[in-house]
Design a protein. Structure first.
Length: 131
């Protein structure tokens, strides 16, 4: 009699134990799936950020191109028509056209240097974010 009770207890204990094991396996699978989903979401967010950065870079490049066009136009306009000046006599006027061209060229060079620095900074930021 005690033998039967013991064997039935063993069977029910074994069944409960295997049931618990199944539950643990299911929980582990669910946790793994959740982790995978989170990783996918993070990857999607990173891709979106990269796309946004690329769009911003394109916009900045377009703006820079427009600025350069405007500056070139202004530069050519001033070269062609000159800057009306009242004071200097004839010999000084000849030299002034050359110096004014150099002076006009300086801001253009500065602007190009600034734009190059901006692009380098953006590239560094992108590389840091990707790492």
């Amino acid at each position: 009699m005690e033998c039967l009770q013991f064997s039935s207890f063993g069977a029910s204990f074994g069944a409960a134990h295997s049931h618990r094991n199944r539950q643990q396996q299911q929980q582990q699978q669910q946790q793994q799936q959740q982790q995978q989903q989170q990783q996918q979401q993070q990857q999607q967010q990173q891709q979106q950020q990269q796309q946004q950065q690329q769009q911003q870079q394109q916009q900045q490049q377009q703006q820079q191109q427009q600025q350069q066009k405007c500056l070139r136009f202004l530069f050519l306009f001033l070269l062609l028509f000159g800057i009306p000046s009242k004071g200097p006599s004839e010999p000084q006027k000849r030299n002034s056209s050359k110096s004014s061209a150099e002076e006009l060229d300086r801001p253009l060079v500065k602007l190009q240097q600034q734009q190059q620095q901006q692009q380098q900074q953006q590239q560094q930021q992108q590389q840091q974010q990707q790492q």
